[in-house]
Design a protein around this ligand. Sequence first.
Ligand code: HBI
Ligand code: FE
Length: 261
Amino acid sequence: MLTETIIETRAGDWIVPQNWARFTSEEHRVWDVLFARQQAALRGRAVVEFFQGLDVLHLSKPGIPDFDELNERLFARTGWEVVSVPGLVPDEVFFAHLSRRRFPAGNFIRGTDSLDYIEQPDVFHDVFGHVPLLALPAVADFMQAMGEAGLAAMEAGALHRLARLYWYSVEFGLAREAGATRIYGAGLLSSFGESRFALESETPRRARFDLGRVLRTPYRSDAFQRDYFILDRLDDLPRLLDAVDLAALYRELEALPDLSL
Ligand code: HBI
Ligand code: FE
């Protein structure tokens, strides 16, 4: 236990070397299968900026991306870089990284036997789902603001609220684009089944994005969402938190019940 604690303290930022050379051809093949399948599934479903991000970051190159190569392009565009982590990291570590334009990405990939379900965010969810839109200034700015808002929410004992905002935008967000509803959330971009479900199923509720409502809507992390929120446009993201006193809003919402799932 002591050794673990010492290691954790020394690696307080939980960053581990990606050690890209160790990936096997089998692991690279899993990435290629997931990439080809998801790119086809997202045609006409993802915001166009997602495909532009894949392009400018050369993510169509076969195999698991080498973060050193990826970071040269990503950093040049928006000052973001991907750092390699062994899985879910503690909230305070996660949001601290975001606040410094560092995106924690898994240093492993799911097995061929579990292409459609992952316990922990792997390199496909993190890099295919989250990173392409980090090449877009509006999203790059919003993600850094989310890091800062996450740290402030923890201070205010309101992380569960901020986590909902993160969940219904960064992970499962929808946005209007060219007269249609499109996906921009990483959890949807990287999910074969839910990328269709979110746009086409009759089951979930889809509402125009409203910050107060999002902060009052619980979510589940083990099933498709029951609620999706739609931005009028993706470019509204960096202004979502403008002129909002989140701490005051958290206090106000304490007096109100959660909205039913
Ligand atoms: N750690 N590696 C990693 N990736 C995440 O997406 C992540 C995390 N730790 C905390 C966290 N997400 C959540 O608290 C946010 O989803 C709100
Ligand atoms: Fe994620």
